[in-house]
Design a protein around this ligand. Structure first.
Ligand code: UTP
Length: 296
């Protein structure tokens, strides 16, 4: 599983987005902008930086705007050019040149594991990446300008196994995440073997403080593990259960992901991303700081 063999990334975008209702009734949360850039744009740029060529969106009804975003819009580009707005026309054209998009449908929101399984016919027997559409690792962290997928793809090639990204979280927050059990091993930037994964454990029973973040590189064997997972509450098929099955075969590694991460599917994460982006924008930082000072 050399790095060059990771050609596809699966990005599931078929969830209900209940934490962001009511706007997710009509707008996919993956399209909410951080300033003027949709969150999905940041993710696809990270994918491209990892050398991955094809994006497989797992979509559902009402999500066509996501596919449209990466498609050509000749009428808009023509109008912008006619009005002398060449820079904007190029900015719009850039979005449809970023990557090749393939779409598959998830007909019912039966969980993240089920969503990944919906992409199986497109994946075939290749290793592939998965990126969650509501988590961003923006390029403004100078230490990790490429984002985690590039590193995880390389490591999966070296280990010839699946490698998932993890980040340390405060123990009191373990019940909000999938947590890895790595025994006594120290999780660092070199991958360590995962013994099992536990979905949202209470702090007192969490096997570690390392939370699974939304970046993964899997061997095709994860698809067999997913097919064997028994549906849980609401018929949902959890990716965490399939990862645990992979771990029990000694085929799953965890690697500490560097850089700043925003969970844009949560309101607080979204607001933090927005403020950080604005404070990094030379035209907004000054006026925004002035405004924030008036709030005290
Ligand atoms: P989340 O659990 O964060 O998303 O799933 P959600 O269910 O849409 O949102 P909330 O929790 O109700 O607010 C992580 C990713 O997996 C996708 C989601 O679209 C999201 O990007 N997903 C989740 C699917 O594609 N299908 C599913 O059945 C569940």
């Amino acid at each position: 599983m050399a790095r060059a063999s990771i050609k596809k990334v699966v990005i599931p975008v078929a969830g209900l987005g209940t934490r962001s209702l009511p706007f997710t009734k009509v707008v996919p949360k993956e399209l909410v902008p951080i300033l003027n850039t949709p969150t999905i744009h940041f993710i696809v740029e990270e994918v491209v930086a990892a050398g991955i060529e094809q994006v497989v969106f797992v979509t559902s009804s009402g999500k066509t705007a996501l596919e449209d975003y990466f498609d050509v819009n000749q009428a808009l580009v023509r109008t912008l050019r006619e009005r002398g707005k060449e820079e904007l026309a190029e900015c719009v054209e850039k979005t449809n040149k970023l990557c090749e998009v393939i779409s598959v449908r998830q007909k019912e929101p039966l969980g993240l594991g089920h969503a990944v399984l919906c992409a199986a016919p497109v994946i075939g027997s290749e290793a592939f990446a998965v990126a969650l559409g509501d988590e961003i690792f923006p390029p403004w962290d100078a230490n990790t300008p490429k984002g985690p997928l590039a590193t995880l793809s390389e490591q999966a090639g070296t280990q010839s196994a699946s490698v998932i990204g993890v980040m340390q979280v405060p123990r009191e927050q373990t019940s909000s995440y999938g947590i890895v059990d790595v025994g006594k091993a120290e999780v660092g930037s070199a991958p360590v073997l995962v013994k099992s994964t536990v979905e949202k454990p209470k702090p007192e029973s969490a096997p570690s403080e390392y939370a699974i973040v939304g970046r993964y590189v899997f061997g095709p064997e994860i698809l067999d593990c997913l097919k064997a997972v028994k549906p849980g509450v609401g018929g949902e098929i959890q990716l965490t259960d399939a990862m645990s099955a992979l771990a029990s075969k000694g085929r799953l590694y965890a690697s500490a992901v560097q850089g700043c991460r925003y969970d844009t599917g949560s309101l607080l994460g979204y607001v933090k991303a927005q403020i950080d982006a604005a404070l990094r924008d030379p035209s907004l930082a000054g006026p925004l700081k002035d405004y924030l000072r008036t709030l005290r």
